[in-house]
Design a binder for this molecule. Sequence first.
Ligand code: KIV
Ligand code: ZN
Length: 390
Amino acid sequence: MTDKTTQERVLIFDTTLRDGEQSPGATMTHEEKLEIAALLDEMGVDIIEAGFPIASEGDFEAVSAIARQTKNAVICGLARANFKDIDRCWEAVRHARRPRIHTFIGTSPLHRAIPNLDQDQMAELIHETVSHARNLCDDVQWSPMDATRTEHDYLCRVVEIAIKAGATTINIPDTVGYTAPRESAALIRMLKERVPGADTVVFATHCHDDLGMATANALAAVEAGARQIECTINGLGERAGNTALEEVVMALKVRNDIMPFYTNVDTTKIMNISRRVAAVSGFPVQYNKAIVGKNAFAHESGIHQDGMLKNSQTFEIMRPEDVGLSSTSLVLGKHSGRAALRAKLRDLGYELADNQLNDVFVRFKALADRKKEVYDDDLIALMTDQTSEG
Ligand code: KIV
Ligand code: ZN
């Protein structure tokens, strides 16, 4: 049970509308973005990254409109490390009750080579751009893109410069999903220990899922001192996607015994927003996706169904109601047993004696061998045949 008086809060920064929308083919319309932003605000997300205002006129308009409509969350826009991007971002987010500018630059050797800046030149640019953003807005987030492949000494140096220039949140991106949990934790711990002024800012973790470790890496960073998780609904995002919001939020809730942190997210709103994001982005959720997949609370095998009918904790570690589902689904198929068939038939209004059930069960198994899933209508048909034959 979460104790909000003694536990530390982890801020949830949702970037579905920025990093999520960057997935090829996931473009959303203006109205769809406004709808998703409203759902994120309602569910208690702390910061909404609403877009990249310099990227297009449409992005600028969407970020401005979200800034105007949002009641609670901080509204953040992304900007590269130049004054034009930062000014445009400010123009869009300034209408928010709580605006934030998020500016970034790639700091790893590979990324420094692209603008062809040496370490000193890049450090100077970071100082100038973060100072400029801070002159416009009290809430400035800075990210060293590809932080997990940046030399530690240089990373410490630039984080210190960003803090001195006025950044209030330092985000540590694992841009290419390269890190692993132990390393993710060690990086945050190292920065907090070595960088002067580290205790005056919030450290954030921003992970990608290229090796399937985004959730584990984000949680490891939190255990090491990060207090903001950047994530997206359904893990939508470039390539293999970002840390999934529903996974980190539910992990912190379900395993609060070993990760004593809490978030402000109303988890009962998860299923609805997951379905809306899948619909508007055109990216369906895989059936076995943690928390929000169609099968996340479904059971077909006889042993599991029997256990679930006796005590739901036998095969479920969270209640479907906690994520906004009305109930567990016991799917009838060839692996199902008599107990589940009896329970399903009872739901449909058929109360059977043991010998009748045995008979129906034989016919049900024959049908299940031919079909992947046996639906209510199939059972009703079976029962109708049974009655007319009997
Ligand atoms: O993955 C990344 O590095 C990003 C930055 C812009 C924060 O999305
Ligand atoms: Zn990213």
